[in-house]
Every structure is written in C-alpha cells, then in structure tokens.
Design a protein around this ligand. Structure first.
Ligand code: ADP
Ligand code: G6P
Length: 446
C-alpha cells in the first residue's frame, strides 16, 4: 500500500516518448510512490515490480481495448476534439463503452495500491472518468487530476456524446489542474451549463465537496537538460552534427516532434519549401532537420499525415537538393535525450509550430539546453509554452506567410537581441521547472 499514487495511461518504462512521461518520471522518482499504467503492449500480462524507486502496477489491455479505448475513444475522439478539432473527431458507441470499462480497471488498480487517506494523482484525457470512479470506491482518498492537453472551448466540448459523464468524472477529484487559466474557466462554465452547479471563482460545490479548478502550467526537468548540455560527449556530438551538415556556412533549422497532426509539421515544411522557392534561403545556406517520432501509427489520421509529410519532403529535396547535399533531412525515428540535446545545441533556429498544444515541452527543452544563450526559437502562439516564452518569435501556424516571417525575423535578428531573448527565456524555464510544478499542484491538493 502506498501513500502517493500516480495513475496514467502510460508507464514510465516503455520506449514511447511523450510529454506526460517525460514530465512525470522525475516527479514519481522523487516521491517514491506507486504508478498505475499500461505497459504499451496489447494482451501482455505483467506482475507489479519496482523500477527506479517507483512501485509499478501494470494494467493489462487486450488488443480490443487498445483498438477501442486507446486508438478509438482516446485518440480518435477526445484527442482531436480537445485540440480544436484540427482533425474531425470520430464517435462510436462501442469505443465509449470500452473507455468506461478500461477507466474502471485503472480506478480499481489505483484503489488496490492506495493506502488509507493516500494522495492519488490521475493524469490526462485517457482517464477522464477515473476520478469519479475512484471517489465512489474510496471516499477516503485525496484525488487530484491533471489534464496535459488543452481543454476545448465550451461549444466544442458540447459536441462530445455523453459529455455530462465526463464532467462528472472530473468532478470526482478535489483538484482539477489544467495548462491554462482559460481551460479551467471553460471547465467551470460547463459544470454550470450541464449540471446547474454554481462555480464561485476557482471553486465549485459538488455532492457536498468543494472541487477546485486551476491552471498549473507544466514544465521539464530543466537541470537534467542543462547538465546534458554541458556534457563533453554531447558537445562533441553537436559539433559533429554541425560539421556534417555544412558547418558554419549553413544555418541549421530543427523540428522535433511526435509525428502528430496537431504539431503543424506539414505547415512548417510548407513554409520552408516556400522560402527555398522564393529564394529567401538556398540549399547552400540552410538545412532543415526534422525528427519525427512514430506515434499512434494504427490510427488513420496519423498514417495520412505520415504520407503527406514524406511526399512533401521528397518533393522539396527533389526540387532544391544537390548530389551530396539536401535542404531537408527527415528522420522518422526516436532519439535518446542526449542525442536530442546535441541537436538542440547544434540548431540555429528551433521550429515549434503546433496548431494547438497544451504546453509543448520541446520548446522548453530547447531553451534549457542553450546554456550558451545561442539559437532562436520560432514558436506557435497556440501552444501553452507561448504564454511563458514571450521572447520567442511567435507565429500563427495557420498563416504560412507568418511562419515565413517568423523564420526570416529569426535569421535577420542581431546577435545581441537573440542572446538577450534566450537569456530571459532560460531564466524562466530553469526557475519554473517540473519539480516546482508538481510541488505547486500537490501543495494545493493536500
Ligand atoms: P507531446 O507530449 O504531445 O508529445 P511535448 O513537446 O510536450 O509533446 O513532449 C514531447 C516529449 O517527447 C519531449 O520530452 C521530447 O523530447 C520527446 N520527443 C519528441 N520527439 C522525440 C524524438 N524524435 N525522439 C525522442 N524523444 C522525442
Ligand atoms: C501526449 C499525451 C500523453 C501521451 C503522449 C504520447 O503527451 O498528453 O498522455 O502519453 O502524448 O502519446 P501515446 O499515445 O504514445 O501515449
């Protein structure tokens, strides 16, 4: 039995990268509690075990669960709807049924490992019903919930079938955390609209309890990135990358994302292609490296995105490349954290252009890596990170001209200006790191 329990769809032990595990892993390691989650492989039975001081309690998902709960309701219904509907959300009754059944299994596993009066912290859109299910089984617990992705505007949320049940699910928590203040307000408005509750400031009374909804913008383990950026091997790798890509004569632009349609990867590549086409930059002067981790590859929209991106990469390299030198390197691969930091250090301009993103940790990692105060960040206005990294070159990713303007402004900026911007952004990220985020959330909860 543990007095602190994290509940998330993923466990911190599989190789699939993403913001949730990156952020939570150091938090759980320090707290030394239990972590309830799925191991990432269908039909895999696993016994509880200990990993890095965390007690791991795997939840088993059948192939059908993966199909309906994970790829279906979580990633084809809720994910697109909560990201502004940038791809149409798909709705199926049997996905909702599976989602509830799997949420119930997570709640049961959490109830099973949580000690009397324990603090249980539930995470993200795959588990919206867990706080309510857990509250019903274990009224003694302190229950927190954090949503890592955006919470949609009220009008969009209203499209979700069985929407009231999701709101009730979240109201099972004592504290519901969001990335942005507006998201917390949207949620509170929905409690009034759908349940006739009377929110007062950040609080709302529900079934005899007070539920608080507030923004807690997430962050990274900045000290870890900072330390990697000082590692001689990482520095040597950054040097090698620059040399291989053309040395100081060639400006290095970089994108690092999960291959996801919310990330604005095609918009970014389109802007870069236009800069080559109109002669603003040439293959001799610049190169773009795009690292895209395979993600949710059995979901149709992700396969279509992959095809679109690969076609466009081929077109651009075919049109503007030369023997032995191409303007765009596309890596459909995952990289270690050390390799990512080497890329961050090598890059003159980091391109982070999501159409919508709860936070975007890549932007913060880039900033944390630049101990040299070098580099420039081109950042979408529609990321949570934009609220904090106001010294980035902010762009509207829907407007190709604006993305091009952001890139050319970063290219043309005076070195002093870039250094001052990076210094301020770094101060912000180093101070507001993930440990502080977790402390603030858990202090408010307990
Ligand atoms: P999301 O959570 O939507 O994937 P974030 O930018 O918030 O987006 O977090 C992504 C995390 O995954 C970051 O920690 C980043 O370093 C990591 N990541 C992204 N792309 C790769 C990659 N190609 N290889 C390894 N890690 C990656
Ligand atoms: C985002 C979500 C996480 C998710 C991650 C990777 O960060 O907020 O909940 O774990 O993407 O996606 P995946 O589907 O591979 O878990």
């Amino acid at each position: 039995m543990k007095s602190f329990v994290v509940v998330a769809n993923r466990l911190p032990v599989d190789a699939s990268p993403g913001g949730l595990v990156t952020a939570l892993e150091p938090v759980a390691r320090n707290a030394g509690g239990a972590w309830v989650g799925w191991g990432g492989t269908p039909d895999e039975a696993a016994e509880p075990f200990d990993h890095d001081g965390v007690h791991i309690r795997p939840v088993e998902l059948s192939a059908q669960d993966v199909d309906r709960y994970y790829e279906g309701q979580s990633n084809s219904t809720i994910w697109p709807l909560f990201h502004d509907g940038v791809e149409p959300a798909v709705h199926h009754r049997e996905w909702r049924v599976a989602y509830e059944a799997v949420n119930r299994r997570f709640a049961e596993a959490a109830a099973d490992v949580a000690a009397e009066g324990a603090t249980v912290w539930v995470h993200d859109y795959q588990l919206l019903l867990v706080p309510g299910l857990l509250r019903a089984a274990r009224p003694d617990l302190r229950i927190g919930f954090f949503l890592h992705i955006p919470f949609p505007p009220v009008e969009l949320f209203m499209q979700l079938p069985r929407r009231t049940e999701f709101v009730r699910g979240l109201l099972g928590a004592d504290l519901v955390g969001f990335q942005q203040p507006l998201a917390a307000q949207n949620f509170l408005r929905l409690t009034a609209q759908l349940l006739g509750l009377h929110p007062d400031g950040e609080h709302v009374e529900y079934e005899g309890r007070t539920v608080t909804a507030r923004a807690f913008p997430i962050s990274i383990d900045a000290a870890e990135i900072d330390a990697l950026a000082a590692d001689p091997e990482v520095l040597a790798e950054a040097e090698r990358l620059r040399k291989d890509l053309g040395g100081d004569r060639r400006l290095l632009l970089l994108g690092v994302d999960r291959l996801d349609y919310t990330k604005g990867i095609d918009q970014r590549i389109e802007a870069y292609g236009e800069l080559l086409a109109d002669g603003t930059i040439s293959n001799d002067e610049a190169v773009l490296v795009q690292v895209a981790t395979p993600s949710r590859m059995r979901v149709a929209q992700y396969q279509q995105l992959r095809e679109r991106v690969e076609r466009e990469v081929g077109r651009i390299n075919g049109e503007y490349g030369d023997v032995g030198r191409v303007p765009l390197h596309y890596l459909f691969q995952s990289r270690t954290r050390a390799e990512l930091v080497a890329l961050y250090l090598a890059a003159d301009i980091m391109l982070v252009t999501p159409l919508r993103d709860g936070m975007n940790l890549v932007a913060k990692e880039y900033v944390a890596a630049r101990r040299d105060h070098g580099g420039a960040l081109v950042l979408s206005e529609f990321t949570g990170a934009a609220a904090e990294l106001t010294d980035a070159f902010l762009v509207n990713p829907y407007d190709v001209d604006d993305v091009k303007r952001g890139i050319t402004a970063a290219i043309a900026a005076a070195p002093d200006d870039l250094t001052a911007r990076m210094r301020r952004m770094r101060e912000r990220v180093l101070e507001h790191d993930v440990a502080r985020w977790a402390r603030e959330f858990l202090d408010a909860l307990t």
